[in-house]
Design a protein around this ligand. Structure first.
Ligand SMILES: [Fe+2]
Length: 317
């Protein structure tokens, strides 16, 4: 698609004003991923959000840092999750760069992605086709043209839910998908195991909403989806979209009695809005037989992040 001259001019001006826009981050190998109890760990995964990948080499290199970081440790991370807004505009070139990186590491790391509003808003049909096909190839599964699915890693279930059409910034979760979520959660949690659900948009009135972003919630099916999630035990709902940073908005207890937790993952590509605002920060999750642990890590620089809201530990019930 040809970019109009005035857009090109604007982008050049914007970049000149923002020296960090094109920064290629250098990954340090001094502080590798180390699990707190490596002898007893059952599952581990890294989660990032909002890569908003533009069709630029610098962005592709920065994305690759997350892979190089987790794979350079002798403690083996099983999966990398991306909680939506894969690409900036949902363009072919952006996905080509993104999935080129993902394909390169597909034999070493299981890769799970969901679409965000940036993926869905302009070219839903082509973007979703591309994401579905790549997910099928990366994971060796058949999605039957649907952007939502369940995937098992080390006996634990990951349920990826996703908008089924463009609804401005929000999501559309069909009755079939809500039914699917309920059934899958029932199966996944029946033996007391934790289950991980990922969607780009968080629930209304969580993580500082609506103050931090007036229209930042899941949308029309919000209450129905939340009610399904709250019915089950030890559910960890992972989302992005808000670009909140490492701050008091990261964690939200959705249902204390059932141990249903929501985590808002900071944005990967750009500076965030509150607390520790650095780009590249996500969380590493360590799963043990009795607890689940999330620790903040900067995957662009390869370092753990310390301070408030960088470590969350949950006893399983
Ligand atoms: Fe978003």
């Amino acid at each position: 698609m040809a970019v109009p001259f005035f857009v090109e001019k604007y982008v050049k001006q914007f970049k000149a004003m923002n020296p960090k826009y094109d920064t290629v981050y250098e990954l340090s190998y001094d502080e590798p991923v180390v699990f707190e109890n490596r002898d007893n760990i059952l599952l581990s995964f890294a989660v990032i959000a909002d890569t908003h990948l533009p069709d630029r080499e610098s962005a592709e290199k920065n994305l690759e840092n997350a892979f190089l970081d987790v794979l350079s440790s002798q403690d083996k991370t099983d999966a990398l999750l991306l909680a939506g807004d894969i690409a900036d505009y949902g363009l072919k070139g952006e996905y080509e760069r993104f999935f080129r990186v993902f394909r390169k590491y597909k034999d070493k790391l299981r890769l799970l992605v969901t679409m965000g509003n940036h993926d869905a808003r302009f070219f839903y049909r082509t973007a979703s086709k591309c994401v579905i096909e790549n997910t099928e190839n990366l994971l060796g599964i058949n999605l039957d043209s649907k952007p939502y699915f369940t995937y098992d890693i080390n006996g634990f279930s990951f349920i990826v839910i996703c908008t089924e059409k463009a609804v401005l910034e929000k999501a559309y979760i069909s009755p079939e998908q809500i039914n699917f979520l309920n059934k899958e959660l029932e199966k996944a949690t029946k033996d007391g195991k934790p289950c991980f659900v990922m969607c780009h948009q968080p629930f209304a009135n969580t993580h500082g909403l609506p103050e931090v972003w007036k229209t930042g919630d899941m949308g029309e099916q919000n209450d129905e989806v939340r009610a399904v999630m709250e019915k089950h035990k030890n559910v960890f709902f992972i989302n992005g979209h808000l670009h909140g940073g490492v701050c008091n908005y990261v964690e939200e207890v959705l249902n204390k009695e059932n141990n249903v937790i929501s985590l808002s993952i900071p944005g990967y590509r750009k500076e965030n809005n509150f607390g520790i605002t650095d780009a590249g920060v996500g969380y590493i999750c360590e799963v043990y037989s009795d607890k689940v642990l999330f620790r903040a890590r900067n995957f662009l620089t390869g370092k753990y992040v310390y301070g408030d809201y960088t470590r969350f530990e949950y006893d399983l019930i």
